[in-house]
Design a protein around this ligand. Structure first.
Ligand SMILES: Cc1cc2nc3c(=O)[nH]c(=O)nc-3n(C[C@H](O)[C@H](O)[C@H](O)COP(=O)(O)O)c2cc1C
Length: 195
């Protein structure tokens, strides 16, 4: 990037907002009771919709659960009761029929990318979110009941759940590995100079 472009990029309020949103995001597990306004929900889902995907397959589907009974079902038999307290739970599905490039992994990977778009959009709008993947360890009868209750066709994987709600806690940031530990220059292990 040339110097001029760099100056423009650094001045861009949009870029600053994005970095601020990324910095602000935390896993939030306590929420205040609230119904998410439809225009907010629409913005979040549109952010997910605009995510990139392999071959532009867009193998994601989203079921937005706000019904108390269904939220209870999704929280059951988990120890994570906060799931049912979320204002909404987004169930993210991956279309198992839409493998790309000979690999079915994109059925999962693409919806995960869309999920992070949704999470960042929710953060930008002031909501707390929490990815929930621990349902993977729940018993088969639970998944059967959920699939039946939400009328999920067989060829969709349940990729992840996202709890969304008005935050009722302000957790400290969790530690992250330093850049030196995770980024290298040209070859694995070679120091990347960023100054
Ligand atoms: C794929 C994925 C699955 C997760 N599953 C759960 C989960 O089942 N329950 C939970 O409470 N948090 C879950 N989390 C949240 C992580 O624990 C959290 O993101 C991590 O500890 C870092 O904290 P932070 O998000 O506040 O930075 C999950 C996060 C990701 C990305």
């Amino acid at each position: 990037m040339g110097d001029k472009m760099k100056r423009i990029a650094e001045k861009s309020p949009l870029a600053n907002d994005l970095f601020e949103v990324i910095r602000m995001r935390r896993a939030i597990r306590r929420y205040k009771a609230h119904r998410i306004p439809r225009d907010h929900l629409k913005k979040m889902l549109d952010a997910a919709r605009l995510a990139p995907s392999a071959n532009n397959n867009q193998p994601w589907r989203f079921i937005i659960v706000e019904d108390e009974r269904t939220k209870g079902l999704l929280a059951k038999p988990s120890t994570q009761s906060f799931i049912s307290e979320a204002n909404a739970i987004v169930m993210v599905l991956g279309d198992g029929r839409s493998g790309c490039c000979g690999k079915s992994v994109w059925t999962t990977h693409d919806p995960m990318i869309a999920t992070e778009h949704l999470v960042l959009a929710a953060t930008a709008l002031g909501y707390g979110t929490c990815w929930i993947a621990n349902y993977k360890s729940r018993p088969k009868p639970w998944e059967d009941e959920v699939r039946k209750s939400l009328e999920i066709p067989d060829y969709f994987d349940i990729v992840v759940l996202v709890a969304i709600g008005t935050p009722n806690e302000t957790p400290q940031p969790k530690p992250r590995k330093p850049l030196e530990e995770i980024c290298f220059a040209e070859t694995y292990g070679k120091e990347l100079r960023l100054d």
